[in-house]
Design a protein around this ligand. Structure first.
Ligand code: ZN
Length: 567
């Protein structure tokens, strides 16, 4: 429509000017005809209906209950806007183990599970070679934007496609797909293999970087953004609570013995003098403050503008992950004023981001989904203060004692490489070199673990069919077992098994505190103001986005599209 109007206006204006204008008119018509515009070749109504842009927002360590824990203090245009204008799946669970970042991000964007997508932890070992890798580690690529090896990262270890990959295939690669997060794994795994870019933060320099997997040099706009040194600007302002500290009704007192410290901080209390906790050589402290989230969303907005996401006539995908919430939670525990303040600030940041999307894409022209890679447990000492049961488990002791039993039997030290994140991992190099009977090793460990009061269930994956375990839990164990990349034995601890000396908190278990996540949708194609309490899974997100976009689900998808979400 605009095109026709332009021509008419142009024609009218030119009538009164000299004859040269006719030349420009023909030139304009020529451009319109051969630029492949809708005007020239098809009616707007023939165009396949799709949103201009899909934005996935993954909030690292956001428990589902944070939507409501701080509800009364959220503004109307952040989390509440998503809930009011969008659709919330109120019972969304992670169906894999351990519940951790690399796996969560992979699962959200592939609709798959570790047994299929191959990301079995933030780092893992290949059993056949004994080689350990970071889940996004790739020595065959180089850093771009830094001289450190922080950029030697790619999705090489992810064995399946993402939503973005399928979107690329569906539009013959005209769609743009970009991943952004402070954490490398939070940017790379969601973006997938065919992505145009993934950007993550070089913590020390506070600058956005990438790798040769995506490009040979940073785009000019990324250099310019980095040159603003926003990390410094944020940190120079210190971290004070946004409201009077005495009004943080959802949190414990500011100073608790089980709260950890930022590097250089003396007590875990407000005001947090971030201005004194960084140097021009080290901005890493920003990752453990709410400013890390603000910096990420600043960068995401710039990416939308500069890459013209949603503005090129094709559906684009932006995967943004907010990682600072995880660092704040790990350090201080989920009942801290710091976590409450982080979410109140995040609510404002999200409001601003949605507002930006309204302006650039137009209200209702884009689709947002917001979810989390995992939740988190309460601190064990905090629970004990309130007489709630905890079962602290000592994993290093478990490893030591099993290794002693194995040494007694085989006269070989350190047959077990690692005990953690629900798995016992063997040292296959030692097993092969010494021609040990692997089944005998498994049997020794199984006997030990069955007797350990901290262990609720244990499975030898060679005999998984025999395991008498509630189906809900067993299916998660099976979903998570990749023979080359997982431990041969999986165990489940009692609930709240964090060590009694733990500061802050952690996550990795099947229990609702770690495994129940928010899932809220809003915008193009999404039912307005809806809510469902039907139990669904993290694996259902990718097939739902695929249905919305009328594209194939990712090639490892095992989830089911959520019909109730779609308008
Ligand atoms: Zn974490």
């Amino acid at each position: 429509m605009t095109n026709i109007k332009n021509i008419v206006i142009l024609t009218r204006q030119k009538k009164y000017s000299n004859l040269k204008s006719t030349k420009y008119l023909f030139l304009l018509i020529f451009i319109l005809l051969f630029s492949g515009s809708n005007f020239a070749f098809q009616n707007e109504s023939d165009k396949l209906p799709r949103p201009k842009l899909v934005v996935g927002i993954v909030i690292d360590q956001m428990r589902w209950d944070y939507l409501y824990r701080y509800y009364e203090r959220y503004g109307s245009d952040g989390f509440k806007r998503l809930l009011d204008e969008g659709f919330s799946n109120e019972n969304t669970y992670i169906s894999h183990l351990p519940t951790s970042t690399g796996i969560g991000h992979s699962t959200i964007y592939t609709g798959s599970v570790p047994a299929v997508h191959g990301i079995t932890g933030n780092s893992f070992t290949f059993n056949s070679t004994g080689k350990g890798v970071n889940c996004v580690g790739d020595v065959n690529v180089q850093s771009i934007g830094t001289s450190s090896n922080d950029g030697q990262k790619s999705p090489v270890n992810l064995l399946v496609n993402t939503i973005g990959d399928e979107l690329k295939l569906a539009t013959n690669f005209r769609s743009k797909v970009i991943g952004i997060a402070i954490k490398d794994r939070g940017a790379i795994l969601p973006a997938g293999h065919a992505a145009d870019a993934a950007y993550w933060l070089n913590y020390k320099r506070g600058k956005w970087i990438t790798s040769t997997y995506y490009m040979d040099k940073l785009p000019q706009w990324v250099d310019s953004f980095n040159a603003q040194n926003l990390a410094e600007k944020y940190l120079a302002g210190d971290w004070n609570t946004i409201y009077d500290i005495n009004t943080y009704a959802q949190s414990t007192a500011d100073n608790k013995p089980y709260e950890g410290l930022l590097k250089g901080q003396e007590s875990p209390t407000f005001p947090i003098k971030t201005s004194e906790l960084y140097t021009s050589e080290d901005y890493s402290v920003i990752t453990g403050t709410p400013f890390g989230n603000s910096l990420t969303l600043d960068f995401a907005k710039k990416a939308i503008e500069e890459e013209e996401l949603g503005a090129r006539g094709e559906t684009d995908l932006l995967a943004v992950s907010l990682s600072s919430t995880d660092a704040v939670g790990h350090r201080l525990g989920i009942n801290s004023i710091e976590v409450e303040d982080t979410y109140l600030r995040l609510d404002k940041d999200i409001a601003e981001f949605l507002n930006y999307l309204d302006k650039t894409q137009g209200k209702g022209n884009y689709t947002v989904f917001l979810t989390a890679d995992h939740g988190a447990a309460h601190n064990t000492q905090f629970l004990q203060e309130h007489k709630m049961p905890v079962y602290p488990a000592d994993l290093s002791m478990m490893k030591k004692e099993m290794n002693e039993l194995l040494e007694e039997k085989f006269q070989i030290k350190d047959v077990i490489r690692n005990v953690g994140a629900s798995m016992v991992r063997f040292n296959y190099k030692l097993i092969n070199e010494n021609k040990l009977d692997e089944q005998e090793i498994r049997d020794v460990c199984m006997e030990y673990l069955r007797r350990d009061p901290d262990v609720l269930f244990v499975v030898d994956f060679n005999k998984v069919g025999d395991a008498a375990i509630p189906e809900e839990i067993k299916s998660r164990m099976v979903n998570s077992h990749h023979p080359e990349r997982s431990g041969g034995i999986q165990y489940i601890l009692n609930p709240n098994s964090g060590p009694s000396t733990q500061k802050g908190t952690s996550h990795s278990n099947w229990n609702p505190y770690d495994a129940k996540i928010p899932l809220v949708w809003m915008g193009w194609g999404i039912k307005k103001g809806g809510r469902s309490v039907k139990q669904v899974h993290m694996t259902d997100i990718a097939p739902t986005v695929s249905s919305l976009l009328r594209i194939q689900p990712p090639n490892g998808n095992i989830g089911k599209a959520l019909n109730e979400v779609l308008d």
